[in-house]
Structure formats: structure tokens, C-alpha cells
Write a protein that binds this ligand. Structure first.
Ligand code: FES
Length: 116
């Protein structure tokens, strides 16, 4: 009961294995559930050794953030208008728009737990 109540505030945990394969300065798009049934895509980014999760939906104009090498080894990019986002905060660092949505992440034993 208490766990369900806490999940309402913190989000439901989703476990993603293989976290150690995500190299420094890289991003990886991960599907969390079926998009037609309320699932979403996140971009896992490893910056300064830590994993961060951004919603793949770009807050600018309907584009999608992509995986692959991060700009300057630390910023996720939306290729539609080439805006860059800081995975730590979701803040745009190139371009003017609202922040990208971020999710709480915990990493342990080659597994990432994302709270959505
Ligand atoms: S829609 Fe993503 S930068 Fe414009």
C-alpha cells in the first residue's frame, strides 16, 4: 500500500538492463512500453559517469531527441532544429524552448531504474 502511494509521487520504476554498455558521452533511445498504450521513449545519456534519462519528445516543436554521440560529450540533440538539451536538467543549451522532461534514474549492477 505504502509502495503504491509512493509510486504515485515518484513514478513507477522501469528496469533497463545492460547499463554498463552505455559508454561515456553516448545516448541511447529506449522504448518503455507500447506507445499506443501509454508507453514512452526515453533517451538514456551517460555524462561524467552517471546515467540520466530524458523524455525523447522534444519540447520545442514535435521532434524527437536521438541517441548516439552526445554533443560535446554531454548534450542530447533534437535533429529537427538542432536544439541541444542538458540531460542533467533537461534545460535547452542551444535554442529557446521549455525544458525537456527528465526522469529520476538509479543505476546498480548493470541495471538502470527509471521512474516514469
Ligand atoms: S522540434 Fe526539436 S529542436 Fe525543434
Amino acid at each position: 500500500m505504502l509502495r503504491r502511494l509512493l509510486d504515485l509521487f515518484r513514478g513507477k520504476p522501469v528496469l533497463i538492463s545492460g547499463a554498463s554498455k552505455l559508454q561515456e558521452g553516448m545516448g541511447k533511445v529506449v522504448d518503455l512500453g507500447d506507445p499506443l498504450a501509454g508507453g514512452r521513449q526515453v533517451v538514456l545519456c551517460r555524462v561524467e559517469g552517471k546515467v540520466y534519462a530524458l523524455d525523447a519528445a522534444c519540447p520545442h516543436d514535435g521532434g524527437r531527441l536521438i541517441g548516439g554521440p552526445l554533443i560535446d560529450g554531454k548534450y542530447a540533440v533534437c535533429p529537427l532544429h538542432n536544439y541541444h538539451f542538458d540531460p542533467k536538467t533537461g534545460a535547452p543549451v542551444r535554442g529557446v524552448c521549455s525544458k525537456a522532461k527528465t526522469y529520476s534514474v538509479a543505476e546498480a549492477n548493470d541495471t538502470v531504474e527509471v521512474r516514469v
